[in-house]
Design a protein. Sequence first.
Lengths: 584, 142
Amino acid sequence: MTDCFRVLAVDLAAGKSRIELIDERSRVAGGSGLAALLFSRYGYTDVAWNHPSQPFILAVGPLTGYFPLMSKTICAFRSPYHDQYTESHGGGRSALSLFFAGYDALVVTGRAKELSCLSIGSRHILIEDVSFMKGYGTAMTGKLLRRMFSKSSGHRSILRIGPAGEIGSAMACINIDSYRHFGRLGGGAALGAKNLKGIIINGDSSRRLPDGREYRNIYDKVYQRVTSTDMMRKYYHLGTAVNLQGLNDIKALPWRNLQTTSDPEVSKINGDVFADQTLLRNAACSGCPVGCIHLGFFRDKFKEDARYLYHQVPYDYEPIFAAGTMLGVTNCYDVLRILEDFERVGLDAMSAGVALAWATEALERGLISVRETVASLKFGNVSAYQEAAGYLGTGYNEFYRLLGGGTLKAVSVYGGEDFACVLGQEMAGYATGSLYFVAQSLGFRHSHLDTGAYSYEQKHHEKDVEKAVDFLIDDEPGRVLLTSMVACLFARSVYDTETLAQCLSAAGFETLAGSLEETAERIRRLRWQVRIATGFKPDDVEIPKRFYSVATLQGPVDAPYLDRLKAEYGRRIMVLGRPDTPSD
Amino acid sequence: MKFLTTPRIDRCIGCHSCSLACARLIHRQISWSSAGIRIHSAGGLSTGFVALVCLGCDPAPCVAACPTGAFSQRSGGGVVVRKKHCIRCGECVTACPVDAVSQDHHGEVYVCLHCGRCVDFCPHNCLEFDDLDPLTRSLHDD
């Protein structure tokens, strides 16, 4: 295999593209590493996220297409949420489509003159005016794009945004092939800033089979591990929704804006209930035989007579937390209803749910009124949240436009910082304790998947700052390596370092295979360097009081311990990302 | 004579493992399209998946359309392909009423050879490789 990255760079303003060959494979691998490298080449640290010159990046890895579960794409951009460099990860058909289109990465710069969509493949690049789609929801946009670009049906990926992305909401996601997303930190707005309603990636070519039996042998070994053992059962059986009951049982499931972390009502919306009552079928990202996508359904009676229509909505632990427990909604069908309304306008479900939970408590406390919220937000009021989803996604009024920029933006005007459930961005659903709160607050993507803090905290109860921060620091490179391949992080038990080295070697990347640990460390540092160059400062990230007052798995939060963790983790990150630290 | 059929395609999750296996093991490529079985969504992902695969016609319209004899009738149904005789005209692609024959950018054609190699790679047992007679097989497929 070639060590050169093949990158398609599209300039929307000029309507021109070029192919770049970048000989850095052995240094940054691909995926997360390639994205950071490309941002360091194409991005600007001195202009804002929505400047036309800022790049929008998609990147896959050296094992994409070659091995099972190498099914994710890295989307990188300067985030509208904090105006810093970030990544969002998503699957669907996106990874294999980009790989089979013949590219390791796509870089989009400039801004299209009209609302447009970009279609790429191995033999075409097309920028098409789709002004008529302005304000369209993600489902209708998908239908129209499928009709307009029927080529490569079945072997293409359709990324699109809803109105939230068009108005620049920092909670706007990018919908991938109907059921997956580049969800967090405003990727939808980054695409909207390019005046792009969608990107169609046609995976219309093939790649050369690696020589020799080594590839076939390791492929079969990995495939067998994935499909013939119980290693992945957690993900395809009840899916991540299984965590609802487990986290509730250990007092780590946020309820009603994190006012509590456990509630017997969980029995109405746990993983078993979703599977028994709403699960319609499973689906998979291309190249993944696990099939962890859980598609739920609900139906609506639209006439007095027995006239029904049904809706399919993907569910997972995080969306159920955000549209369910966090909003006090305890009916599984109602959770799906709210999720579909977030989807319609192109909002990230986790961010939107947590923001609306804050708005509900702010309304309850009288900091805001229905003049701001329009909808009568109240924990458990499903129709109010459905209504509010539309307001938030379209920026209905000044309040919703502020809230769409992040809960803390609304806080700066209306108050209520103490109970804003924000850890770098709107929280993920883990109230395991201080270490998790710190890890999400300062983590690279502000994601529960940046490190295994939530897992560490379930096994370690001692309050040892050095040991805990050592864990976070030591845990990151392995994950960065996987997101540079680009593996689904659910496959982290399948792809240990030794297996990754064997896979890379069999696929023809011998140099990379022989230097995984140093490459992982190099990529980790490069990512932080780029992030810090765009403004990241640990001290700017504050952890609201709600996180100090809630009962967690670890019991009452020890405030001095949490503060020491945050200070130490922040210090260590800044050391890692020091500009004078050679990325080699 | 054994045939590949898709009796449980309703279980398909769209992982493309069958197509990838065919391309890898038979056509010596990494591909999800240069394969004898190809997975498409049945009109958008919300409606599930279909497998585009040779139904084992006898007589096969693709054989009749082939001007060089590169496609010849397989005993009992389906086709035998002699690639060296193929001039890449694409007549077989046009002739197939169910879109089971495909052609890549280089003109090379791909059709299921009913070898059954893909079957083991389907995680949900959607595929079957057996020697049922056509009537039983068609009932099986329903």
